[in-house]
Design a protein around this ligand. Structure first.
Ligand code: 5AD
Ligand code: SF4
Length: 492
């Protein structure tokens, strides 16, 4: 095995720096349409198998689709069996400490596999790779890792794999500063629903959050590129699109020579012949009247809005740097409900932010009662190194935080059940996803508002739209009876 010179090696040792990742420059973001597999790498993966484990959010899931697309263009095939894999990648999440613990646990398990099969290439990518402390820990304690790359240089994967093939040292290539937008990377999508990025990065810098550091500055894809991708997915028969961005409401704010925002994009996508369009995640601060007006047209724009509140107390919101107050958030909710009366609202909530008092937590409880969310993702605050909140004084004992989380979840379950019970007797439209995991005699589908419904029917309905009458409601599940199958869907 040839070794590279020191000079070459330094190119492949670029660890991350959170300090650099924090900077926001004024440089224009370029868009590239010329991604291709380098000639010398064509067929590199033929006869080899890969396995990817993905942690975290839908953005990461979608990145995995791109990584799979690149690997399959190189000739690799996928496997679920780790003992068969020539390449294992962990696409990681940094949002909370327990997400990171899972990855380090997995790296520990993979040590023996690597010992048995020294030719196995083991890589770590995704948000954790963007953190200095993580890369240092891997360098010191997990020397069996061969490759670390980040969220900004996925398109470099073919080059990095080539480098590993003749490099004995760990290859580390993480860009702290975001790169340009690379448009035409291949994607391996599965199923009838498709994720579509509309923007990358986040400039909000909420004080608890690591994302602005791991995903770089806000960069919007050009409207024509997003629209063309959605049109193509519609043509291919996809039934549902999920538009992705860390803060979709900031879409277009970085366009220098164009006045075009998220409302405009949704309005254009509304005209495309694809049955359902969703988006995630919204930031309440930038959620404007124009967008509400556009969403109120409905059609393919479904009546579900995920609107993370994080806390119901204005002082805590200020410490979180969320840039809205409890009152402004509630006003926004009021406007949305007035414009879209059957809207389903869901949210994200953090309990036990540094210094959160009992009274401040009670404000979160009362806001939840007032908004009546159908469901929510709830978290105990987890300090992230390098973020401002990590150095704030925190005098709230973990036991108290756990108790708050428990009470909050009880309240959300109670409201969720009440909301679901209101659906009993109604006929709803479902996109059928297939057999239920727990009961193969039942099919499962999702309503426009993303609620899970079980009903009995032939498996051939998978991928189609049906109408179902709701018979029974539980907190997280509805059951119903098939009424009819939509013609439009069966013709597609
Ligand atoms: N601790 C706990 N929860 C967090 N989130 C983001 N950062 C943290 C953190 N440090 C939550 C927020 C966000 C969701 C994706 O994860 O609620 O909306
Ligand atoms: Fe994190 Fe706030 Fe950006 Fe969401 S808006 S990704 S919580 S910094």
């Amino acid at each position: 095995m040839a070794k590279t010179s020191e000079k070459d090696f330094s190119i492949y040792f670029q660890p991350p720096s959170l300090k650099d990742a924090k900077k926001r420059g004024k440089e224009d973001v370029k868009v590239h349409y010329n991604f291709e597999i380098p000639e010398e790498m064509e067929g590199f993966g033929i006869g080899k198998k890969y396995m990817i484990r993905t942690f975290g959010c839908q953005m990461n899931e979608h990145d995995t689709e791109t990584i799979k697309g690149i690997l399959e263009q190189l000739g690799y095939t996928d496997t679920e069996d780790r003992t068969q894999a020539d390449l294992i990648l962990l696409n990681t999440c940094a949002i909370r400490e327990n997400a990171e613990d899972k990855v380090f646990g997995e790296l520990g398990h993979l040590k023996s596999l690597k010992r048995e099969n020294p030719n196995l290439v083991l890589g770590v990518c995704g948000c954790m790779s963007q953190e200095e402390s993580v890369v240092n820990r891997i360098l010191q304690k997990h020397a069996h890792v061969d490759l670390i790359f980040g969220t900004h240089n996925i398109h470099r994967l073919p080059h990095l794999l080539k480098q590993i093939s003749f490099e004995k040292e760990m290859v580390v290539e993480v860009w702290s500063k975001e790169g340009d937008i690379v448009e035409n990377m291949p994607k391996k999508r599965e199923g009838m629903k498709a994720w579509v990025n509309i923007m990358y990065g986040c400039d909000k810098f909420c004080t608890y959050c690591i994302v602005p550091y791991t995903r770089g500055k806000e960069r919007s894809r050009l409207p024509q590129d997003v629209i063309q991708e959605v049109r193509e997915l519609a043509r291919q028969g996809y039934k549902e699109i999920m538009l992705l961005g860390q803060n979709v409401n900031a879409y277009g704010k970085d366009f220098e020579d164009m006045d075009y925002d998220f409302g405009d994009l949704m309005n254009d996508i509304h005209k495309i012949d694809i049955p359902r369009v969703r988006f995630t995640t919204s930031h309440p601060r930038d959620f404007d009247d124009h967008l509400i007006e556009v969403l109120a047209q409905k059609g393919n724009l479904v009546e579900h809005i995920h609107l993370p509140v994080q806390s119901g107390n204005s002082e805590i919101l200020k410490k979180m740097s969320r840039k809205y107050t409890r009152e402004r958030y509630l006003e926004l909710v009021k406007k949305i409900k007035a414009a879209i009366p059957d809207v389903v609202l869901t949210t994200d909530i953090i309990v036990g932010f540094p210094g959160e008092t009992d009274e401040q937590f009670e404000d979160t409880m009362s806001l939840v009662r007032e908004v009546e969310y159908d469901s929510a993702f709830t978290f105990i605050y987890s300090p992230r190194e390098g973020t401002p909140a990590a150095v704030m004084e925190d005098n709230v004992p973990l036991e108290v935080k756990k108790q708050r989380l428990y009470r909050l979840n009880e309240l959300l379950a109670e409201i969720g059940l009440k909301k679901n019970q209101q659906l009993v007797g109604q006929v709803v439209e479902l996109l059928v996803e297939g057999e239920s995991k727990n009961n193969p005699d039942m099919l499962t589908g999702r309503t426009r508002t993303n609620k899970l419904v079980h009903f009995s029917g032939p498996k051939s309905l998978t991928g189609q739209f049906v109408h179902v009458r709701i018979d029974q409601a539980k907190t997280y599940l509805l059951t119903g009876t098939l009424v009819d199958v939509e013609k439009q869907a069966s013709a597609m």
